[in-house]
Write a protein that binds this ligand. Structure first.
Ligand SMILES: NC(=O)c1ccc[n+]([C@@H]2O[C@H](COP(=O)([O-])OP(=O)(O)OC[C@H]3O[C@@H](n4cnc5c(N)ncnc54)[C@H](O)[C@@H]3O)[C@@H](O)[C@H]2O)c1
Length: 241
């Protein structure tokens, strides 16, 4: 039996680098994947990906979109086993160049969405007394940073809510964990300033690949790892070491 056979997983931001790799890894492990992203155009690519990946338009900042996505899952499959809060934005700027609109946008897309998502799926998971949530934070949310003030702040918030949710939902056998990627080769950072200098500080000496993050997310989603909750696991080539 495959690791995620019979499971239904929602993955947000699934048209991006890491989300796409996670959707493919989950489908290969036997899950039915609801791959969501901002627009019809972005999710259209999943139409050919086989019946195990279903693309849905979904703005993670909108409560009504979360209700719709959860409604589709419960109506079609009667369950939600896994949520991967992966969608995110990255607009680097230091503190003094961060205007309130950019700050709010980062908090909205990267952090508030995680709260909305966990709150939207939790009732079905609580009823089933089973579920697992993986929140994609960042190594940038584990230390003070220079030049990415709002992004870093939003990822610190993701770690905080992961820990609180892990404690609150543990009595219902729902596990909540955070993944902290380092520099991963996706469209988000393809033009990142200082990319080569950053790679020079990575002990493994290279940028990470989206499928390396996907394998960690898959690990956390699998019930084989049923005693791991409230954890924050870096996947960063040793950068945080
Ligand atoms: N790439 C890195 O180096 C890196 C490092 C640490 C953490 N992360 C985090 O990993 C996650 C995945 O990022 P990625 O590297 O795959 O980037 P990406 O830009 O390739 O993918 C992000 C996806 O999120 C989607 N998205 C943005 N706003 C959205 C919204 N409001 N609603 C729904 N979807 C929305 C985008 O359309 C895109 O498909 C993000 O949370 C990011 O912050 C990335």
């Amino acid at each position: 039996m495959q690791a995620l056979e019979g499971r239904v997983a929602i993955i947000t931001g699934a048209a991006g680098g890491q989300g796409r790799a996670e959707a493919a890894a989950f489908a290969a492990a036997g899950a039915t994947v609801v791959a969501t992203d901002l627009s019809d155009d972005l999710v259209a690519q999943f139409a050919d990906a086989g019946s195990e990946i279903v693309g849905l338009k979904h703005d993670v900042t909108r409560e009504d979109d979360w209700q719709r996505v959860v409604g589709v899952c419960l109506e079609r499959w009667g369950r939600i086993d896994i949520l991967v809060n992966n969608a995110g934005i990255y607009r680097p700027a230091p503190l003094l160049e961060t205007d309130a609109a950019s700050y709010d946008l980062h908090m909205n897309v990267n952090a508030r969405s995680v709260f909305l998502g966990m709150r939207a799926v939790a009732p079905a998971m609580m009823e089933a007394r089973s579920g697992t949530i993986i929140n994609i934070a960042s190594g940038a949310g584990a230390k003070g940073t220079v030049g990415i003030f709002a992004y870093s702040t939003s990822k610190w918030a993701v770690r905080g809510m992961t820990r609180s949710a892990a404690r609150e939902l543990a009595p219902f056998n729902i596990r909540v964990n955070a993944v902290l990627p380092g520099l991963i080769d996706t469209p988000m950072v393809s033009a990142r300033e200082g990319r080569e200098a950053f790679i020079g500080k990575v002990p493994l000496g290279r940028i990470g690949h989206a499928d390396e993050v996907a394998r960690l997310v898959l690990f956390l989603a699998s019930e084989t790892h049923s005693y791991i909750t409230g954890a924050e696991i870096p996947v960063d080539g040793g950068y945080s070491a």
